[in-house]
Write a protein that binds this ligand. Structure first.
Ligand code: KIV
Length: 269
């Protein structure tokens, strides 16, 4: 999957499927399932590293996990999230950090809206690196995790932010946690594809956080995320069975053990 193919999908009215991944086995499975874009999201902080805010991850963690994802993906477009400190300080540093993500195998980077976002986006795009924008709820800087743009003025601000980022060269735009009406309006106005998470069905594509989709996350489940599996209780059950088997001497049984030939055992006695 290339950036050009993602753009074509909007022209051809085909939905875009994006999913987060943070390690090799999940990246392999997401790719095998045929998702178009694998996002190494900074949600890594919450769902993998047990941190309370996405602001707590830096480039070192993002690069480490991105490398594992890159090893697992054969077909999908890989987008690396720029962590807060990596681009909100100055555009020059932002380009350097975006380049580091590209050097380990990303095909594009994502950044969240903030005050200097237009200049920074333009600088990264001019350096030849494809950028995915992110407006609406922007967890790195939002004071509260709640629906954005419920009134006309707030909606206008989000619509304007999306328009500016598209004009600065973004190839696609994540819309997070905005009313369906806002998602639909931005999708109609922009030539580039929109990818919604809690932004309604009219967006050109959708993204979910992998741990939410699989029911692996113990974090608060937002209304917009759909649990396709409830894996956590099944995993805990498997761990409990293993614990009991070890404690009660049932594991390892003969099928999971090695043997010496009897004549070799005899030599030991
Ligand atoms: O980090 C992430 O997982 C994201 C998605 C919610 C779009 O930015």
């Amino acid at each position: 999957m290339t950036v050009q193919e993602i753009l074509k999908k909007k022209e051809n009215n085909q939905k875009i499927v994006m999913l987060t991944a943070y390690d090799y086995p999940m990246a392999c499975m997401a790719d095998e399932a045929g998702v178009d874009i694998v996002l190494v999201g900074d949600s890594l902080a919450n769902v993998v590293l047990g941190l309370s805010s996405t602001r707590e991850v830096g480039m070192a963690e993002m690069l480490h996990h991105t490398k594992a994802v890159v090893r697992g993906v054969k077909n999908a477009l890989i987008v690396g999230d720029l962590p807060f400190d990596a681009y909100q300080t100055n555009p020059k540093e932002a380009i350097g950090n975006a380049r580091q993500l590209m050097d380990v195998g990303c095909h594009a980077v994502k950044l969240e809206w903030f005050k200097q976002c237009p200049e920074t986006t333009q600088a990264i795009v001019r350096a030849g690196i494809p950028v995915m924008g992110h407006v609406g709820l922007t967890p790195q800087t939002a004071p509260e995790m709640k629906v954005q743009g419920r009134d006309a003025q707030a909606a206008q601000n989000i619509i304007a932010a999306a328009g500016v980022l598209a004009q600065k060269g973004c190839f696609s735009m994540v819309l997070e946690c905005v009313p369906r009406e806002v998602g639909a309006l931005i999708t109609r106005q922009l030539k580039i594809p929109t990818i919604g998470i809690g932004a309604g069905v009219d967006c050109n594509g959708q993204v979910l956080v992998l741990h939410d989709l699989l029911g692996l996350s113990s974090r608060f489940q937002p209304k917009f995320s759909k649990k396709y599996l409830d894996l956590a209780p099944l995993i805990v059950e498997a761990f409990k069975q293993y614990r009991k088997d070890v404690q009660e001497g049932r594991f390892p049984d003969d099928a999971h053990s090695f043997h010496m030939p009897p004549e070799e055992v005899n030599k030991l006695n």
